[in-house]
Design a protein around this ligand. Sequence first.
Ligand SMILES: Cc1cc2nc3c(=O)[nH]c(=O)nc-3n(C[C@H](O)[C@H](O)[C@H](O)COP(=O)(O)OP(=O)(O)OC[C@H]3O[C@@H](n4cnc5c(N)ncnc54)[C@H](O)[C@@H]3O)c2cc1C
Ligand code: SF4
Length: 331
Amino acid sequence: MRPFTLERPHDLATAIAFGAADGERTDYIAGGTDMMQLLTDDIRWPGRLVALDDGVLDDRIELGPDGTLRLGAAARMSDVADHPAVRDGFPVISEALLLSASPQVRNMATVGGNLLQRTRCSYFRDPGVPNCNKRSPGTGCAALDGVNRMLAVLGGSEHCIATHASDFAVPLVALGARVRLSGPGGERTLPVADLHRLPGDTPHVETVLAPGELITAIEVPASRAARTSHYLKVRDRASFEFALVSAAVAVDVDGDRIREARVAMGGVGTKPWRMRGVEQALAGARCDLTTFRSAAARAADGAQPRPGNAFKPELMRRAVLRALRTVGGRP
Ligand SMILES: Cc1cc2nc3c(=O)[nH]c(=O)nc-3n(C[C@H](O)[C@H](O)[C@H](O)COP(=O)(O)OP(=O)(O)OC[C@H]3O[C@@H](n4cnc5c(N)ncnc54)[C@H](O)[C@@H]3O)c2cc1C
Ligand code: SF4
């Protein structure tokens, strides 16, 4: 690990000022479960590390008067997963968190940090590999013709096909959640779906955050669909593993008709991926197996697999079908 200065501000304004002043030379650390790996593996070497753990961000988990779920950015993954309001009103969020990492990691990791964790592309995580545009801009991409089993089939470019690693982000995108941001330019709110950028020819620029801008909270609107929701994660081993393919599905059924459906997938895109085609095939249709099958058939629309992950489109269709059958009561 290279030397750096550690700052422990006591308020949000001071934390923002450090990042705004130093730009690229400053990194933030919350629970530290990803950042510590990046530092010790020599992937990041900030001049200044700013800790967000001393009351800078709140960790409240609360429901607003209209049922909106508000998560302070410092809320721990385990606390959010176990909260009765989350389990009852937003089961897909609780399930996605419980299928992430391990109890020890979830007890430390914050939900703000979860959204901004870096990719698990093995070339990115190995400083011995010289060609990784995300880690060292302009050096090429070892994964394009290398080992790309875990990598993206949607949203990639000729410069990067790294998957976004967060499970938690997938239901947030499906449910239309928003992030509250605070930075040198003041406060703003964004859909979680707009927080991350596609790699294009600048894969090292991963989000729309300005220097010094911090996530302060996540807001998830209440909906009937959110109450009937489910997260399915397909991975190489049953725990402590990232998704090969995952599906967040929320369905509002009225009689025998689907009034509204929300579907997003993880493990397949360079950012969490909303499945608009699947949603359109479900909305207004009969809630039966025939509908689920024809909707799931659209799950891999636009997918561009490489030889190492050519299995993903079929796995995507099967995962969406299984998640729909679970949530729609048609096992
Ligand atoms: C062994 C292991 C297995 C894992 N498995 C999974 C998994 O299956 N699924 C999954 O989704 N995740 C998994 N993770 C990732 C884990 O969920 C993340 O490391 C964790 O959520 C990051 O949160 P943190 O608070 O520790 O963030 P940190 O490590 O402190 O920070 C992560 C990044 O976010 C930035 N940051 C943190 N908070 C803020 C904020 N409020 N505003 C702006 N920037 C901020 C930091 O600067 C840093 O760039 C795994 C991690 C490990 C170590
Ligand atoms: S896919 Fe992205 S992160 Fe992985 S090696 Fe290529 S540029 Fe680097």
